[in-house]
Design a binder for this molecule. Structure first.
Ligand SMILES: [Zn+2]
Length: 80
């Protein structure tokens, strides 16, 4: 794959989802995701993970978190 920004996007995706990027970098990522189905899929997966982790932090450690997350990831991947 050529340098189309995917490497940068995937490297910074976690920070992006956590709102830890500066505005300029976040805009780059958002723009790339809008034009890249591959990275859009990665973001979706990342969002599910981020959500699940945040929920886990609010609730008392659910033992089935891992299997819940994995099931949701498989469901997402099956949509592609
Ligand atoms: Zn990409």
């Amino acid at each position: 794959m050529t340098d189309c920004g995917c490497d940068k996007t995937k490297a910074e995706l976690e920070e992006y989802l956590h709102g830890e990027l500066c505005r300029e970098d976040a805009a780059d990522i958002r723009e790339h995701i809008a034009n890249c189905a591959d990275c859009a899929g990665e973001r979706k997966v990342g969002e599910v993970l981020t959500e699940a982790v945040q929920r886990a932090c609010r609730e008392t450690a659910p033992e089935d978190l891992r299997s819940t997350v994995l099931a949701r990831l498989r469901a997402l991947q099956a949509q592609h």
